[in-house]
Design a protein around this ligand. Structure first.
Ligand code: FE
Length: 343
């Protein structure tokens, strides 16, 4: 079974709700036959379940009473199967506070279902079906799945940075979004009990999440701000740059040099604690953004950003980056993030 969700609410009143997409049931093995089930047999049985038995109808259980102690969960409630709702009671063992396991016996005829046979009668399902349950509880963590921002058409007309480089780079960005969504789903179910600083599933997911989320933010900043005419900064950001770097040339030279030292990123950010702009360096997507600083310009210096067009000539790529900067986007950031223009 791959399409299901269960919520065990352990507030003032304990309740359990389980929803199952019946078409997600999978045949894992058959026992007692002359021969093991083949892949085709399993697929045929799944099709029969969908087309003739459960008809892709949703399966839902909701509790009417739940008793929970350290070792046992006793549940009474109602199961809806094929549109019919009947009472069902079962007990599960509780292990370590987070694992529930046991089984529930469902007598199909009570829900008006005729036990089916498959493989010309060679496989017969008994009226009483035992459903094994083994779940690990995760904390309630609700995350929206994110979608990648669309590729803006101006990115296909950059000076010196080719379409194929932009497409390849954008594909990486889509991958970061997909991985972020995958990680937050895994986090909902990961075992917190095994958390460990040397190695643990939770640690791996948390580190990977920092990388994926930072990569999304970095690339959205990066792609949004390209597609302009380059030249010198104008408007509010020009005032900030001239105040904090002396001139646009000095800012450009410092960001370029910072980019030459970075293994991943260089950012011009407004640091709210320092009260000024600074060019910060990053060695990876998630190192080393500064707390309480707002990035205004994001320069990707990972090799994937330039190797297709410039080989290993990072300096030439950084020059092309400056030539394509859209200062109106950077100024929008100054206004949207309410960066103060005076100290
Ligand atoms: Fe990148």
């Amino acid at each position: 079974m791959i399409g299901w969700s269960a919520t065990l609410d352990v507030g003032d009143e304990v309740s359990l709700v389980l929803d199952v997409d019946s078409s997600s049931l999978r045949v894992r093995e058959g026992t007692g036959g002359m021969q093991p089930l083949t892949g085709d047999d399993k697929a045929n049985i799944e099709q029969t379940i969908n087309d003739e038995v459960l008809l892709r109808t949703p399966i839902r259980f909701h509790s009417t009473s739940v008793d929970l102690d350290d070792r046992r969960l006793s549940v009474e409630g109602e199961l809806t199967l094929m549109g019919q709702t009947h009472p069902l009671a079962f007990e599960l063992a509780v292990e370590g506070g987070t694992r529930l396991w046991g089984s529930v016996v469902v007598k199909q005829s009570e829900w008006g279902m005729t036990p089916y046979t498959a493989l010309f009668g060679a496989l017969t399902v008994t009226d009483e079906v035992e459903v094994g349950i083994d779940v690990t509880l995760g904390a309630a963590e609700e995350y929206e799945l994110r979608r990648p921002q669309e590729l803006k058409p101006a990115l296909l007309e950059l000076e010196g940075i080719s379409r194929s480089a932009v497409f390849a780079h954008y594909n990486l960005y889509e991958g970061y979004v997909a991985k972020r969504n995958e990680i937050v789903e895994k986090l909902a179910a990961v075992d917190r009990g095994g958390a460990n600083q040397v190695s643990s599933a939770l640690r791996a997911l948390k580190v990977e999440l920092a990388f994926a989320i930072s990569a999304i933010r970095n690339h959205e900043l990066y792609f949004e701000q390209l597609g302009g005419e380059g030249r010198n900064p104008a408007g509010a950001v020009r005032r900030l740059i001239e105040r904090d770097f002396g001139s646009a040339d000095a800012w450009r030279a410092d960001l370029k040099a910072t980019g030459m030292t970075g293994r991943g990123w260089a950012w011009t950010a407004y640091d709210w604690d320092e009260g000024r702009l600074f060019n910060y360096v990053g060695d990876a997507e998630s190192t080393f953004p500064i707390w309480n600083a707002t990035p205004l310009v994001a320069l990707d210096v990972y090799e994937h950003a330039y190797v297709l067009d410039f080989g290993t000539d990072r300096e030439a790529y950084i020059d092309a980056f400056f030539a394509n900067l859209d200062w109106s986007v950077v100024n929008d950031r100054v206004w949207t993030d309410r960066i103060p223009l005076t100290r």
